[in-house]
Design a protein around this ligand. Structure first.
Ligand SMILES: [Zn+2]
Length: 389
């Protein structure tokens, strides 16, 4: 199965590129109109119908009608759910891999006979790693007024997984059943900080629509939270790839219902939990893992923190605020690690060197690992940086 990843680049728009995108949008709208008035059923029929006409009308190369038909047809197909007539509003341009060329960071798009448009892409380390990777295939290119997204694809490497690692996502950290810990207290802190700032702001400027709009659009908080989530998810997936792990996560349904009013938590904490981007972190882990060929499995979240991983008894009295507890069986349990171990055990993906010794032994061994894990991860991160030319 092929996996595709869209990589976003920034570029400097010129009158030529703007002409190209607005022409493309006009062609798409022409195609949609033709499709509807002549009741054309099928992408290929639409393509054949507009092939000559658009070439003549807009003076473009023959590859354009093909790409226009793709975009127009997908809009026509979607429009049944719309309340308005199908119409391509946004300025955009899309072309498949066969028609453009990418030479390092210069994108060359065909335009008219004997005329191409060369666009130098701006890139950072992340984008560069895609441009330089010769094993990746290029898919379509999508261009708007401000950005260009190029799809890269590859066959994921297939490696037999050797073990499972469960991850407990909680308010302040991500804890792995192998003892790894990623601190995310910054995310909680940012939410509190900006939450206070936001409520004060709205108190002061409750009736100023212009200012409110401006404030709502400030993306600083989101960006900083995203950075923290990207950092943690990258490290988790990198480690999983290097050690051939299966990542086991909780199915996050109704996680926020667990933190309802009247459960003993303060208002501020419930607010943070409600805003904590669990889903976002999961989706980051999920797509990065797919790209790296790391399997991800989702398991039932019931009682993962209340069940003792040694004897299996359930501590119904465990409160959300308890960070650790003592089980009647004698096990001293760290709340998050215990949950991560339970999550890992629910995973069903078969693994090669699966070791299932006495649960207590595993717990002890895992505990010892906690401190040694972090430097290894850091070493890996710097190694992958070096690989870039
Ligand atoms: Zn127990």
């Amino acid at each position: 199965m092929k996996i595709v990843k869209g990589v976003k680049f920034v570029y400097q728009p010129t009158p030529r590129t703007l002409e190209l995108i607005s022409k493309f949008r006009d062609m798409v709208n022409d195609a949609i109109r033709i499709c509807l008035t002549e009741n054309i059923k099928g992408r290929l029929k639409l393509r054949n119908r507009i092939y000559k006409e658009l070439q003549v009308r807009y003076g473009v190369l023959s590859c354009f009608p093909y790409c226009v038909a793709e975009v127009a047809w997908s809009i026509v197909k979607k429009h049944k759910r719309w309340h308005r007539k199908p119409y391509a509003k946004r300025l955009m341009f899309k072309m498949d891999a066969a028609n453009f060329s990418l030479n390092y960071s210069v994108l060359t798009l065909p335009f008219k006979k004997g005329e191409s448009i060369h666009i130098p892409l701006k890139y950072g380390e992340y984008q560069r790693s895609f441009l330089m990777d010769k094993t990746l295939k290029r898919g379509s290119v999508t261009m708007t007024e401000s950005s260009i997204v190029i799809a890269f694809s590859k066959e994921p490497p297939v490696a037999e997984p050797s073990k499972k690692v469960g991850y407990d996502l909680n308010e302040k950290s991500v804890v792995g059943s192998d003892g790894t810990r990623h601190d995310l207290s910054e995310v909680a802190r940012l939410h509190t900080l900006y939450g206070v700032r936001r409520s004060r702001f709205y108190e002061r400027h409750a009736y100023d629509r212009r200012l409110r709009k401006k404030f709502a659009a400030s993306r600083k908080e989101k960006e900083r939270v995203n950075q923290a989530l990207h950092r943690a998810s990258t490290l988790i997936v990198e480690k999983a790839r290097a050690n051939r792990e299966v990542i086991v996560l909780e199915r996050l349904k109704g996680i926020r219902h667990a933190h309802k009013r009247g459960n003993g938590e303060g208002k501020a904490k419930r607010r943070r939990i409600a805003l904590w981007p669990f889903r976002q972190l999961q989706s980051y882990i999920d797509y990065k893992a797919r790209w790296a060929g790391v399997p991800v499995e989702y398991v039932s979240p019931s009682y993962t923190s209340k069940k003792c991983n040694v004897c299996g008894c359930i501590n119904r009295k465990l409160r959300v605020t308890d960070r650790s507890w003592l089980c009647p069986c004698g096990a001293k349990l760290d709340r998050d690690l215990n949950a991560a171990i339970n999550i890992e055990r629910r995973g069903k993906t078969p693994c090669l060197g699966e070791v299932r010794p006495g649960a207590r032994g595993t717990y002890e061994a895992v505990k010892g690992n906690e401190t040694t894990m972090a430097p290894i991860l850091r070493a890996e991160a710097s190694k992958s940086d070096l690989r870039l030319p």
